[in-house]
Design a protein around this ligand. Sequence first.
Ligand SMILES: NC(=O)c1ccc[n+]([C@@H]2O[C@H](COP(=O)([O-])OP(=O)(O)OC[C@H]3O[C@@H](n4cnc5c(N)ncnc54)[C@H](OP(=O)(O)O)[C@@H]3O)[C@@H](O)[C@H]2O)c1
Length: 334
Amino acid sequence: MKAVRLHAFGGPDILRYEDAPRPQAKPGEVLVRVKAAGLNPPDWYLRDGYRALPPEWRPEPVFPLILGTDISGVVAAVGADVDSFAIGDEVYAMVRFPEAVMTGSNGYAEYVSVPAGELALKPAGIDHIRAAGAPMSLLTAWQFLIDLGHDAPNPFQSFAHQPVPLTGKTVVINGAGGGVGHIAVQLARWQGARVIAVASAKNAALMRDFGVDQFIDYRTRAVEDMVRDADLVFDAVGGADMERLLHVLKPGGALFLVNPLGFAGYAEAERLGVHVSTTQVRSSGAQLREAGRLLDEGLVQVGIDSVFPLHEAAQAHARAAKGSIQGKIVLAVA
Ligand SMILES: NC(=O)c1ccc[n+]([C@@H]2O[C@H](COP(=O)([O-])OP(=O)(O)OC[C@H]3O[C@@H](n4cnc5c(N)ncnc54)[C@H](OP(=O)(O)O)[C@@H]3O)[C@@H](O)[C@H]2O)c1
C-alpha cells in the first residue's frame, strides 16, 4: 500500500510518500481502507520528536513510523472475535491514543488496523473528509465538557477530570476557531450555555453561524479586560500566560486547560476559589457513536480548513505550521 512515513524526526519535508507493508487485522481488530485522515497537533509533535519535552520523555525512534490518529474509511477485513463490524461498513476512529502517542497510530496510509472498540460507524450525514476531521477534536471536547467516559489514570493531575454543568452557564471558549475549540463552542451551545468565543477576527462569521452570544478578537481586545464572573473557561490554546484566564472566572468557577504544560497559576487559582482541571483524550468508539449523532443531525459541524491529497502530507504539515487553523486540516486518500 501507499503510506506517508517518517525515517527521521524533523520538519514537514521529512514526510515521505512511499510503499509500505499493508497491515492485517489481528484478533479484536478491524482493517480499514482509509478514505481520509485528519491532522492533529500530536502529529507534528511526534514528527518533530517531541522536542518541547525534556529529553528523558522524548520517544525512542522506531523508524519507519506512520503518523495519524484520525481516520474515516471502509471496513476491508475483520479479525477473529470481531462481530460488531462487517466488510463494507463506513467507519471512523481515533486510533490507539494515547497508547501510540510516541510511535504513531498509522493513519496516513491506505490501510490501517484499528482495535474494534475504538471504531464507530461514520455518521451517514457527513462525508469521509469531515468524519476524518472529527475524532480527536470531538473526543477531546466531549471528554472535557460532556463525559470523561473512562477511569484511566490522568497523566497531568492526581484527580480525575470531571465535566461541569453547562446549561444556563456562561462559558468562555479560548481558541474557538481551532479543531478542538470550534467543536467545544457547538457542544456548549447544544447544552444551552451562554457562549463567549475568543479567536482571531477571521472566525467572527463562523462563530455567529454557531450562535455564540459574544465574540472577542483576541488580537485587539484581551478577554480578561472584557469578561468577569464566567462559570467556565475552556482554554483550547495553551502556551504562555494561561494564568490571566483565572481573572475571567467567578469564585467557584472552573478553568479547563487542553494543554496545561507551563501553567503556573495553581496557587492563584486556590486563592481565587477557581477549580483548574485537565485530562488527556482517549480513544473511544462508544463516544464516537454517541457524539456522532450530533454530527449526523448537523447539531455539530466539522469545519474544514483545507484538504490535501495523501501524497501532499508535507504541504499539509507546512499549512499547520503557519498556525491560525480554522477547523481541521484533512488528507484525502484516493
Ligand atoms: N488534552 C488533550 O488530550 C488534547 C487533545 C487535543 C488537543 N490538545 C491540545 O489542544 C491544543 C489545541 O489543539 P487543536 O487541535 O484545537 O489546535 P488548532 O486547530 O491549531 O487550534 C488552535 C487555535 O487557537 C487559535 N489561537 C492561537 N493563538 C491564540 C490566542 N492567543 N488566543 C486565542 N486563540 C488563539 C488559533 O487560530 P487563530 O489565532 O486564528 O484564532 C487556532 O484556531 C493544542 O495545544 C493541542 O496539543 C490536547
